[in-house]
Design a protein around this ligand. Structure first.
Ligand code: ATP
Ligand code: MG
Length: 433
């Protein structure tokens, strides 16, 4: 059984639909009881909340979103709650929650009140007084492929993945189409769950590329705390941010060079940065996909490598989804990060599958990070688990990564090793190239 739970504040039919797709659900007989159960039940990995917010639920959702991802189905929630644009389908919800959708789920829409098209609401008004825990009950649901080393080793849905030798991808992003891909110098670092090391690996890839002589820029496309400004120790220091573009700055003006970062008291790095919006800019047009497209379009033709620290993948409709679609359509490479959790693997795999269907992307790579050091899988198994063309590295959880980062030493040798392999695989800046 998975030790990850999804909290549902919404109709019982919604819980049932999610449980049928493999979720373990914590909910309650009414909105208040469900919210209380979700708050008090430890280990909830994501929360879906239906219906419009009011002051009490807004405060509850804010508090919850400090710990877990909260997905709202109606408009009007505070900014920390993700509200995918309507109409939301069951497939969108599965994507956002790391569940395996069933065929046809794309056509099943979920209302802002949580009602699912064509799914009986019987039971929604049930007077059952107790907090409910709905277990994944449908043996017909498509089982997710979870390898033996994933944390939920006892999960009945687990299917072993054979180890396979994975061929290296072709040498250049431009191979597929003849003409060079316009964004062939862009590498998107993405994942299906937070905290897997996107920012740390983005910095490592950029530092390694710069050491190979490439003019490198890191773009922070993941608004919110703990981003690139935090890593560089320049939060609140008045450096330009991507949001300044919306206020009329030119793309060149939002790039902070290494000297500018140093002068602001930041860490010494050999690459330039486009910082994410400041907290007061984060909700508006300054964090829109269009703004990032503008910044990346400017940089793609000028820098030797543009590394984009992407938001967590919530499906094509989620934050970052539009930016990812635009970028892979122009030939950007995608580095999918996963960890040993079910959510990290399922989300990463869904992201990789989706990216591979986009015509111009020739490189969908993976790295497994923060893995249990015992029984570390090989890169072949890593590629299989993430469903990527090539797994550049499988890295263990190593305490000194955090310790060194706290000292301002951004590139741990472990991450540097993975970064070098990523760059070799996409044919950027390697020896002799
Ligand atoms: N292999 C590793 N071993 C141990 N700690 C690691 C490893 N890789 C990254 N970390 C640490 O894990 C934490 C999360 O990493 P990071 O902030 O880069 O993740 P993220 O995916 O960008 O997270 P978020 O979703 O919050 O943006 C950081 O403290 C980082 O130093
Ligand atoms: Mg990050």
């Amino acid at each position: 059984m998975s030790d990850e739970l999804i909290g549902v504040v919404g109709p019982e039919s919604l819980s049932r639909v999610l449980a049928e797709r493999g979720a373990r659900v914590v909910t309650g007989p009414d909105r208040e009881a469900a919210a209380k159960a979700v708050r008090e039940r430890g280990g909830v990995s994501a929360v879906v909340v239906a219906g419009p917010p009011d002051a009490v639920f807004s405060a509850w959702a804010e508090a919850m979103s400090a710990r877990v991802d909260v997905l709202g189905l109606a408009p009007g929630w505070p900014g920390s709650v993700r509200v995918p644009p309507a109409p939301v389908s069951v497939e969108d919800l599965c994507d956002a929650l790391g569940l395996a959708p069933r065929p046809g789920d794309g056509a099943l829409s979920v209302g802002s009140d949580g009602a699912v098209d064509g799914v009986s609401g019987v039971g929604d008004t049930s007077a059952a007084g107790a907090v409910t825990e709905v277990l994944p009950g449908d043996a017909q649901a498509a089982p997710a492929r979870v390898p033996t080393w994933a944390r939920d080793a006892a999960d009945a849905n687990r299917v072993e993945t054979p180890v396979e030798v994975v061929p290296k991808p072709s040498a250049s992003p431009s191979d597929a189409g003849g003409a060079p891909a316009p964004w062939g110098t862009v590498l998107l670092v993405a994942s299906g769950r937070g905290g897997v090391g996107r920012t740390a690996l983005s910095a490592a890839v950029a530092s390694t590329a710069a050491a190979r002589g490439l003019d490198t820029v890191v773009v922070d496309a993941n608004p919110g705390p703990g981003g690139l400004a935090h890593l560089l120790r320049v939060e609140g220091r008045g450096l330009p941010t991507v949001a300044d573009l919306a206020a009329g700055a030119s793309p060149a003006q939002v790039v902070a060079g290494p000297e500018q970062v140093r002068a602001a008291g930041g860490v010494r790095v050999p690459w330039a940065a486009v910082l994410g919006p400041d907290p007061d800019q984060a909700a508006g047009a300054g964090a829109s996909p269009e703004i990032y497209v503008q910044a990346l379009a400017h940089l793609a033709g000028r820098a030797g490598l543009v590394v984009v620290d992407m938001p967590v993948w919530w499906g094509p409709v989620g934050p970052g989804g539009q930016l990812l679609a635009h970028a892979v359509g122009r030939g950007a490479a995608v580095l999918v990060l996963g960890d040993a959790s079910r959510e990290g693997l399922d989300g990463g795999r869904r992201l990789a599958e989706w990216a591979r269907t986009r015509a111009r992307t020739t490189h969908v790579l993976g790295v497994l990070n923060r893995m249990p050091a015992r029984g570390l899988p090989g890169v072949g198994e890593g590629a299989r688990a993430l469903d990527v063309d090539f797994c550049a590295a499988v890295l263990p959880y190593e305490e000194t990564v955090v310790l060194r980062a706290a000292r301002g030493d951004l590139v741990h040798p472990l991450l540097g090793l993975a970064a070098g392999r990523v760059l070799d695989a996409i044919g950027v800046g390697g020896a002799g190239r």
